[in-house]
Design a protein around this ligand. Structure first.
Ligand SMILES: [Zn+2]
Length: 448
């Protein structure tokens, strides 16, 4: 009877705990989906295991946690680029969602996204989109880990009649996956401008009763903040606090246009911030002052947002952008250094989910969610500092292996759980339909 399921032998091990440490000639042993031992290479070689995996030139690190996404919007990748948020949403995204959102669209879009996510280093996804039942099935099949925050909005969609049916559908989904090892379900009220006060208060009460996570778009743009002040007399963050929806279970996504008082409120309430630098840059939304938030003790996670506003779902790319943007935003090259962004994408995401005891680092007893990055490319030579190499020199294609709950979902660069040729075919079929629809939208715009 072997002692372990697999023993991994990377050239470098980046456990994230202890902080800023790189171990050489160390191996990691997995058993029953968990990290069972971390030990010197020569001892690990002697262990009985189903499989010993050599990872030459590889850095083994915790899997990345993509803390904000709308996975199935990957079918809208590149569909309406170079537009400001309001016209992007009102003229293109919302009409197209009304036209196309269906269980089939969500299944195909989720699977396309998941392939991109896993190959870009994501092992845990926090998602928010319609028909989360279909995304849950895709997550289950693909071997990914996910927190699905079901959408709560007041207007009717193909998925739900109104806010109450959003909540009923979402809670049914939560029940269905209660005992699932890799899937959690939380609340995803879209924003304070898309959800009524009454609904937001109801979500606050339910999330409290169920001890469930909440994710909300907040302070995405300056216009959103000004609109809220005009409508309610309050900034969105204060409005959320007043409704009882701001606390240690709340993940506030975007958080640009922040004043000192806003930052103090987040810190006092113990809420989490999810920074989506590429989406904010692409939509010209503003900049989240991530380093200032961290300096105030606020937990900051990292997310890609949907492919329609990024256009990748690649967390290695996102690390790079977060670091570079942080330095400019802060006017200081020391801001968001490589180790800090790596922590945001691992432990930061785990804390935002309330799962820091299970995820985010390579420690004995934690779930075996890990990636092995192949650093043999010329663009990584030489590497004086591995964290810098991973954050600043990555091409986004370094993921050679990925394990989620101890199961290899990428082996030697190949995704094991989804068929890429089939995903490409389905994406092409959707893009033909969506292109025709865009032509009718543009035609009617010109006719007006
Ligand atoms: Zn979003």
């Amino acid at each position: 009877m072997p002692d372990f399921d697999s023993v991994l032998h990377p050239d470098f091990l980046i456990p994230m705990v202890p902080e800023r440490q790189i171990l050489k000639a160390h191996s990691v042993a997995l058993r029953d989906g968990r990290i069972a031992a971390i030990l010197p290479r020569e001892d690990a070689r002697l262990m009985m295991a189903v499989e010993h995996i050599d990872l030459p030139d590889c850095a083994l690190m915790p899997g990345l946690i993509n803390a904000h996404c709308h996975a199935s919007m990957s079918l809208f990748r590149g569909y309406a680029d170079d537009l400001p948020l309001a016209s992007w949403l009102q003229q293109y995204i919302w009409p197209s969602e009304t036209q196309f959102i269906s269980p089939d669209f969500i299944r195909d879009g989720s699977e396309l996204a998941i392939a991109d996510l896993i190959l870009g280093g994501t092992t845990t996804l926090i998602d928010q989109y319609f028909f989360p039942e279909m995304t849950a099935e895709a997550v289950d099949r693909s071997g990914l880990r996910a927190l699905l925050t079901f959408p709560v909005i007041d207007v009717e969609t193909a998925w739900a009649r109104d806010a109450e049916s959003c909540i009923n559908n979402g809670l049914a989904l939560r029940d269905r996956y209660r005992d699932h090892d890799r899937i959690d379900v939380g609340f995803g009220p879209h924003s304070t401008y898309m959800v009524s006060e009454q609904t937001l208060s109801r979500v606050a009460v339910l999330a409290d009763e169920l001890d469930a996570p909440i994710q909300i778009h907040l302070h995405e743009t300056r216009e959103e903040v000004l609109g809220s002040v005009e409508r309610t007399g309050m900034r969105p963050i204060d409005h959320l606090e007043q409704l009882g929806l701001l606390g240690p279970r709340t993940q506030c996504v975007h958080m640009t246009a922040l004043g000192d008082q806003d930052i103090e409120t987040i810190a006092t309430q113990g809420a989490h911030v999810v920074h989506c630098p590429k989406s904010n840059l692409k939509l010209g939304s503003g900049i989240c002052p991530a380093q200032r938030l961290l300096d105030q003790g606020i937990n900051v996670a990292l997310g890609t947002d949907g492919a329609a506003s990024n256009n990748r779902l690649n967390m290695l790319n996102e690390l790079q952008t977060a670091s570079l943007l942080g330095k400019t935003a802060h006017g200081d090259p020391r801001a968001l250094d490589a180790w800090t962004t790596l922590e945001m994408a691992t432990l930061g995401g785990a804390r935002a989910m309330g799962q820091q005891d299970r995820l985010g680092s390579i420690e004995v007893g934690k779930d075996a969610d890990m990636i092995a990055l192949d650093l043999s490319g010329v663009h990584h030579q030489p590497h004086y500092n591995l964290a810098s190499s991973i954050v600043y020199a990555n091409s986004g294609s370094e993921v050679a292996w990925s394990w989620i709950a101890g199961k290899a979902v990428v082996r030697s660069g190949q995704l094991c759980t989804l068929d890429l040729a089939e995903l490409r075919e389905r994406a092409a079929a959707w893009s033909a339909k969506i292109t025709d629809f865009r032509a009718t939208l543009e035609h009617s715009k010109h006719a007006n």
